[in-house]
Every structure is written in C-alpha cells, then in structure tokens.
Design a protein around this ligand. Structure first.
Ligand code: SF4
Length: 191
C-alpha cells in the first residue's frame, strides 16, 4: 500500500475500519471535538483599552499536583454586558499576549542616566518603591496653600489605575493614596 492509499483508507472516510483493522470512528470523533471541551473557564477583562471587554480564558490541565495549566484559547464573553462576546483584533489576540516568550515575568528598573533595563528581585523592587514614595511624599507635601489655608496634600505623587483593577483593589489604592495626601487620580478606563 502506498502512502496516499494508506491516508485515504485510515482518515478520509472516517467511517469504520483502518487498514490494520482498528475502528477509527471514535478517533475521528475525538479529533472533531472542540479544543475547549475539557478546559477550565476563567473570566477576565481585556487589558488593552478603556472599553474593558469581558473575555473567557480557557486553560487546559487536570489540576493534578504536578500539572502546569496551559492557556489554549481566549474568546469574548457572551454574557458580558459591554461586548456580548465580541472582541476587536487586539482582544482576539490576547492568547499571544499571555503565551509570549518576551513577556516580562520579573521587575525591571532603568537607573538614572542608564540606557538599559536591569532585572531586580521583587524584594528589592518593593524596598526601592517604598523608599521613593516616602521621600517624594516628604519632599512634596503641602500643609498650607498660598492663601494660608490648611490643605495637607501631596502634590508629587499621582495614581493611575487600569480597567482590569477590581473594586477591592481600587478601594485599597484610594485609601492608601488619600492617606498620603495624594490628590491626582486617573484611570486608564477613562482615557
Ligand atoms: S477587545 Fe478591543 S475594544 Fe475591547 S477592551 Fe480589548 S482592545 Fe478594547
């Protein structure tokens, strides 16, 4: 039997029996099943623009201890009131954003005067951010304005949120920022 005949016999018909006597019907049915048939669905929000479309992220993996979940598909959420299942090309390509070898997985910093970014640990990033926030707050805190009115505000720090931030995160962020006297707030979902 040549290669062409073999393929025709085993695959093309789909019905029945291969040249070796196996029943190929279940095999063919399996290949036609949706690739998301056994995935875990996780609802999320497209991070790209202020429209904030809802997405469903399909992850494969049986949740066994040593299994690493793998994202296999991202699609619009048909139950989401904003986009009702639709996505623009950017949102439709989210899977390539998630599974991307150039995706940053650790903090980076570019020092003053440097032309390159360097990797740092999360601990170092937390320490440096905390130090700079405290110093900036101390240097730019205004107790009274030019008319002598007590304002107690920090004019050197602003905060910008994103459309994927949850209500809970925003609550904590505003609490923390207001506690320092910050008054400049914006969100990417409004831009
Ligand atoms: S899918 Fe497109 S329109 Fe919707 S949030 Fe993402 S980038 Fe914006």
């Amino acid at each position: 039997m040549d290669r062409r005949t073999f393929i025709k016999t085993t695959v093309a018909g789909g019905a029945a029996v291969s040249a070796f006597g196996f029943n190929l019907a279940p095999v063919r049915a399996q290949t036609q099943a949706l690739k998301i048939a056994r995935t875990t669905e996780t609802r999320s929000t497209c991070p790209y623009c202020s429209v904030s479309c809802g997405v469903i992220i399909h992850t494969l993996g049986d949740k066994a201890k040593n299994a690493i979940p793998q994202v296999v598909h991202v699609e619009g959420d048909p139950d989401h009131p904003i986009n009702r299942g639709t996505l623009c090309p950017k949102g439709a390509s989210l899977e390539q954003d998630i599974l991307n070898e150039r995706r940053l997985l650790k903090p980076q910093v570019r020092r003053p005067g440097s032309d390159r970014w360097e990797d740092i640990s999360w601990e170092q990033a937390f320490d440096e951010i905390a130090r700079k926030v405290k110093d900036t707050r101390d240097q730019t805190f205004v107790e009274k304005d030019e008319k002598g009115l007590t304002v107690n505000r920090c004019e050197g720090i602003g905060w910008i949120g994103g459309c994927t931030d949850t209500n809970e995160l925003n609550y904590l962020a505003v609490k923390a920022m207001r506690g320092m006297g910050a008054c400049y707030f914006e969100t990417q979902a409004r831009v």
